[in-house]
Design a protein around this ligand. Structure first.
Ligand code: CU
Length: 463
């Protein structure tokens, strides 16, 4: 009993087995309650998934110089690329099974083998308010470079409060998705905030190889008006977490030797771990400033859905070497606007993100609003515990929600530029004199210059 193929028969049989298992464990009321979300699948087994991800391997591009002899750039890397990865791709809208031959997988999705992206597709969900259960299908299409390696994959939503073991993704406590199988994750997200997700199979390896992304939960308060805002980080009741624009900032790392080892059928010695490259949204500065790959507006309701070619592959951007690193880390805004930065660290080292010249107000930490509890101790509506800082220090698996107000424009031509960087960056990557690493820019334009954001991390065209 591990995974069900995406067919009615398979799923129902699987659910029946799960049900009988439940009966055998007897009157364990707690267990029964924990397994309740399965009833969602039974009630609507064929409800369309909100998102459909594929797990596979692929190649990305990191600065080719200075070289790291033997390991970087990898001699196996295809033209334009340097580094082997495992990763995810967003294929929402493409059916997993072939419409012409429903017993077979869709050639369009199998074709994404060897075309993983880093970081994993950014996605977001709305707080659960009674009927908006969130469904994410994951298909494992296997590894092109390592057909000998039949690793399963999973999605572990790190920090998710009320996950049941069934959907946790940790493969010994729940289960993972073998090659050639689809599994549906079902979530009722009740706690707004910034989280991260990753594959939990061979955790150190698959996380480090690139199966990591950022996910956040929008509060039910969105759409109402508080303090002149309609978009908020949390259900604050007063607009204190309101913002005009939002940018996800996922911190990850690359130890070149381990990536080379996985491509060359060698075993990395993880106790030798070091950071050769420190990445922001899957890129090293100055590539962090390059534009986002264009997104598909019609299908970007729950994820940054990068546009695809007819064969399902990601579009080739102006910088073809960034085809599989589609997300920019550039922040653009108008003077006077409030900007929410959603940080999460899924590297293995501590990071200290510093914003020069503008104070950030920390309004959330690890998907928890900076509020004390009310007198009854039942809700976080109490004392304001937010604070202002230039630097956020956080370790692996931690997240921050920080809002800054863009200062007035200096009046010169072009935007005012402020630097956001990991102040440890010149010792946490292999670049000379600190060039490279987790660094990007905040570009502040005169008020009214850029139009409103339609999805996170978008940099609307400057008029
Ligand atoms: Cu995996």
């Amino acid at each position: 009993m591990s995974n069900n193929k995406l067919s009615n028969h398979g799923r129902r049989r699987f659910l029946k087995l799960a049900g009988s298992g439940l009966a055998i464990t007897g009157g364990a009321g707690l267990l029964r309650r924990q397994l309740l979300p399965i009833s969602d699948a039974m009630a609507a087994p064929d409800a369309p998934a909100n998102l459909f991800f594929v797990g596979t391997d692929g190649w990305i591009s990191l600065p080719a110089t200075p070289t790291i002899p033997t390991f970087h750039p990898d001699v196996y890397a295809p033209t334009n690329f340097t580094t082997y990865i495992f990763g995810f791709r967003n294929m929402t809208g493409i059916p997993p099974m072939d419409p012409a031959a429903p017993a077979n997988m869709n050639p369009l999705v199998i074709g994404q083998k060897n075309k993983a992206q880093h970081s994993a597709p950014l996605f977001w969900v709305d707080e659960f308010t009674g009927s908006n259960t969130f469904r994410l299908d994951l298909l494992n299409v296997g590894l092109a470079q390592r057909p000998d390696l039949t690793d399963s994959h999973s999605i572990h939503w790190h920090g998710f409060r009320n996950v049941i073991p069934f959907f946790d993704g940790e493969p010994t406590g729940s289960f993972a998705v073998p090659v050639g199988r689809v599994f549906r994750y079902i979530f009722k997200p009740r706690d707004p905030g910034t989280y991260m997700f990753h594959c939990h199979v061979e955790d150190v390896e698959h996380v480090h190889m690139g199966m990591t992304g950022l996910v956040f939960v929008r509060p039910r308060q969105n759409g109402q008006s508080f303090g002149g805002f309609t978009k908020f980080a949390y259900n604050d009741g007063d607009g204190s977490t309101g913002y005009h624009r939002e940018f996800a900032m996922l911190l990850t790392e690359v130890w070149a030797e381990s990536h080379w080892c996985d491509a060359h059928i060698q075993l990395p010695e993880w106790s030798d771990y070091k950071v050769d490259f420190a990445l922001l949204n899957g890129r090293v500065y100055p590539d962090t400033l390059e534009p986002n790959s264009p997104f598909n507006a019609a299908t970007s309701t729950h994820a940054y859905d990068t546009q695809r070619q007819a064969d399902g592959d990601l579009v080739v951007p102006a910088r073809p070497d960034l085809q599989y690193q589609p997300l920019s880390a550039l922040v653009t805004c108008n003077a006077g606007e409030r900007v929410l930065l959603r940080f999460a660290n899924l590297g293995f080292k501590e990071a200290s993100m510093t914003l020069t010249g503008i104070k950030m107000k920390v309004v959330g930490k690890d998907a928890t609003p900076m509020r004390g509890f009310n007198a009854a101790g039942t809700a976080r509506t109490g004392a304001d515990t937010s604070y202002e800082t230039n630097t956020l220090s956080f370790g692996a698996g931690e997240s921050f929600d920080a809002i800054f107000t863009a200062p007035p424009h200096s009046g010169g031509s072009g935007p005012d530029v402020y630097i956001l960087y990991n102040r440890a960056y010149n010792r946490s990557d292999n670049q000379i004199n600190g060039a490279g690493g987790q660094r990007t820019e905040i570009r502040v334009y005169p008020s009214g210059t850029i139009s409103a954001q339609t999805i996170p991390n978008e940099n609307p065209t400057v008029a």
